[in-house]
Design a protein around this ligand. Structure first.
Ligand code: ADP
Ligand code: MG
Length: 729
């Protein structure tokens, strides 16, 4: 064969891994040396700021709050000097609008003086707030057109950093993004609100257990990032990969993931070089990239950082995704963060590992070794079960998206039903508490909860159940339904808000009882069995992929929202809104705006996919099929001329013709579906049409296009195949 495809393939196969010293400043070789060198962190601040200013800033960073304008100029000046020494000539407020991506608009430090000179200027005001002309970001109607501006404000809890390329560097200032009315236009504001609310309620529980010293409870998050790498030259021949991040057509590769030879296998050289490059850049930004390995599908990989405070972890994950996408180019790859780039092989998720730690460093989800710790652990465990049981619909909203719909519930990822996996032993313990009988293996007499006699909890941290969307893994919960391309903010906002509500209910009850003179022990003795009994329907240790689980879950009253449109429809249910309202995380207007944005985003994503597929069918796939038909017809004539037996050729010709004809019809159907979608009057309707009309029309096109791929001469087929895309690294 000799065509564009084969040339791209040959080039890809003959590409050597990049030497990092050719592309990266080679002076620092040790990871620990470079860690955080592009961040204006506490150390840099201490060195460059007057003592009292440093102390005030450090307090804001650890306790929250906005920067005091009185010291802003001093801080800004020190930042500017540092950034210029690092080669920066521009700065940008860096924010996270509701597009799901990050946004930036750069300004030079250069500024004219009255006497006609230029100086580098960066004032406290420029640091603290900005007014990007941001009228084109989605607001769900919050910004009316006459007040179209959005405002940005520095989030001092995340340090500023520089991003450098060969020609210069830009100082990045992580900021909030909000409307004139003060309403949130981003995901950072509600995330911080949720973290504050959670801390307040968790501290009430700690106080009840006699802890008077902890000042704050923080959520820690470690997001495991999965992604695919595809050779850039091959990807460039596929409009679907370039424009939508997934293949909209593609017959299965004869060799897929069935040999399980890719998972944890030796990392291919070019990929390794890419990973090292990414890790080095992330380390410079103070992102603790820790683990790398091949994932289950061919061409699929994972990067996991060490967990960090939730707000920082979320920013860092956004930066990580940016770096993966950006650095792939120089290694000759395209990095696909889409949840399902290839049909028939595993998709990509983002396990959101989540735990709670008090300001003294104690992990509150760690069972602990004393009976007192255990009792406290059980209260937090009960709160998690209550949060997930009562607010599963809110959590489901943390894991939506047109891409994730191809993954959730598709027999390879957690189902769309949100349940909790606890493992046998912990389940045994809570059953023991419910029935008042000792758990197996605990060796105690009658189970009593509280500081007196609860035995150490036997927790098997090796418990694994990959089919559960929300699993306890020893000292943290792993929310596995999140999609690989998504911000982890919505998942954590929902999780924190649900947990806030649950902890508040429990703290109210415990405080009331103890204020009335009942001991904490006696109150727990009564409360915990009741809570565990009430919320045990959310515990499911079985196979989440099984069809039977759907029925079982329905009989337990657990919601099953199988797709994004259904889940987003429930955003405005009274009980779902209540979770966010009660925790003070989102106002009613903010919720309704978000609902609108999510419908719109879903509809647009599907529509773009439909348009791309239509174009591929009419300008690439059908023309190839026609050429193949021509040559098949010629062959058939030739065979007929020389022999009686033309059955095989006839059959081939007819099948080819039949699929081409049906594809043409299906494409007309898709065009019609897209027109209906465009004509829809509101975002909700448009999303419904996208799901119910456009997606099925795309599936029908794909069926015939995939069949044609198997029939058309390889030389004539224009699109790199699954085998080529998945196995060329
Ligand atoms: P797995 O077996 O699922 O790969 P690991 O123990 O390797 O689990 O951890 C995966 C992720 O969980 C990492 O990002 C890690 O930093 C994070 N993690 C570990 N402990 C905690 C914790 N206490 N809170 C939040 N995340 C955590
Ligand atoms: Mg994991």
């Amino acid at each position: 064969m000799k065509n564009q495809r084969s040339s791209a393939l040959l080039e890809a196969l003959s590409t050597a891994p990049l030497r990092l010293s050719d592309v990266n400043d080679a002076n620092a070789t040790d990871g620990a040396d470079v860690f955080g060198c592009h961040v204006f962190g506490l150390d840099a601040m201490r060195k460059r700021l007057p003592k009292d200013v440093y102390r005030r800033l450090a307090r804001i960073i650890s306790e929250g709050g906005r920067l005091d304008p009185a010291i802003a100029d001093v801080v800004a000046n020190a930042m500017k000097d540092w950034a210029i020494e690092m080669g920066a000539d521009h700065y940008t407020h860096w924010f996270q609008p509701m597009t799901g991506l990050t946004a930036e608009k750069h300004d030079a430090f250069l500024s004219p003086t009255p006497d006609g000179h230029m100086i580098n200027e960066f004032s406290g005001k420029m640091l603290i707030s900005g007014e990007p002309d941001a009228s084109s970001f989605p607001s769900g109607g919050i910004r009316s057109t006459f007040e179209a501006r959005g405002y940005t404000a520095w989030d001092p809890s995340v340090p500023v950093f520089i991003i450098r390329n060969d020609n210069g560097a830009t100082l990045h200032i992580p900021t909030f993004f909000y409307a004139y009315s003060g309403e949130a236009l981003d995901r950072k504001i509600p995330l911080l609100r949720s973290l504050d609310a959670l801390s307040v309620q968790a501290l009430r529980i700690l106080r009840l257990f006699g802890n008077d010293t902890a000042q704050r409870v923080r959520a820690s998050v470690g997001p495991e990032q999965e992604y695919f790498l595809v050779d850039r030259r091959l990807a460039a021949l596929r409009p679907d990969l370039m424009l939508t991040g997934r293949t909209l057509q593609g017959a299965p590769s004869p060799k897929g993931q069935e040999m399980e030879d890719h998972y944890f296998g030796a990392i291919p050289g070019r990929v390794m070089s890419f990973m090292q490059d990414v890790e080095r850049e992330l380390q410079k930004l103070g992102i603790p990239a820790k683990t790398r390995h091949n994932e289950v599908a061919p061409g699929q990989f994972e990067l996991a950082p060490i967990h960090e405070e939730a707000n920082i972890a979320c920013d860092h994950n956004m930066l990580t995704m940016n770096m993966l996408r950006h650095l792939a180019a120089r290694h000759g790859f395209v990095c696909l963060l889409h949840e399902k780039p290839f049909a028939g092989v595993n998709g990509s998720g983002k396990h959101n590992n989540w735990s709670l730690t008090d300001s003294e460093g104690n992990n509150l989800l760690n069972p602990g070794s004393t009976p007192q710790d255990n009792a406290q652990f059980l209260v937090f465990l009960a709160a998690v079960l209550r949060a997930v049981h009562l607010h599963g619909a809110a959590l489901r909203l943390g894991a939506i998206g047109a891409g994730n719909d191809h993954r959730l519930g598709a027999n390879e990822a957690p189902p769309a039903i949100i349940s909790v996996f606890l493992g046998q032993e912990l389940t045994g313990v809570i059953e023991g508490i419910i029935t008042g009988k000792p758990a197996p293996n605990t060796g105690s007499g009658v189970m009593e909860i509280g500081v007196s006699s609860l035995p150490p909890l036997p927790i098997d941290t090796s418990d694994r159940n990959r089919t559960s969307p929300f699993a306890f893994t020893g000292n943290k919960f792993e929310f596995r339904a999140v999609g690989s391309s998504q911000s982890v903010a919505p998942a954590n906002i929902a999780l924190n808000a649900a947990m806030t509500c649950a902890l508040q209910d429990i703290a109210d009850e415990l405080e009331k009882a103890t204020a009335a003179g009942k001991t904490l022990n006696a109150t727990l003795q009564e409360l915990l069995p009741r809570l565990f009994r009430q919320h045990s329907p959310v515990v499911f240790n079985g196979n989440g992929y099984a069809e039977a689980w759907k029925e079982e879950a329905a009989s337990r009253g657990l919601p099953n929202y199988p797709d994004t449109v259904t889940a987003v429809e429930h955003y405005s249910d009274a009980d779902v809104m209540q979770v966010f309202l009660r925790a003070g995380v989102l106002s009613e207007r903010e919720i309704l705006a978000r609902q609108e944005i999510l419908f719109e985003n879903y509809a647009k994503t599907v529509r773009i996919e439909g348009d791309v597929l239509l174009r591929m069918v009419s300008s690439q796939i059908l023309p190839a099929a026609r050429r193949a038909e021509d040559s098949a017809a010629r062959l058939l004539m030739h065979v007929r001329a020389v022999s009686e037996d033309d059955q095989a050729e006839n059959e081939h010709f007819r099948t080819l013709r039949s699929h081409a004809g049906q594809l043409q019809q299906a494409a007309a159907g898709l065009a019609e579906a897209l027109a209906i979608c465009r004509a829809a009057t509101d975002a909700h309707e448009m999303a419904r049409v996208a799901r119910d009309t456009v997606l099925p029309a795309m599936r029908l096109c794909r069926e015939h296009a995939d069949a044609l791929e198997m029939l058309v001469d390889d030389e004539l087929w224009p699109l790199p195949t699954y085998a080529e895309l998945l196995w060329t690294h």
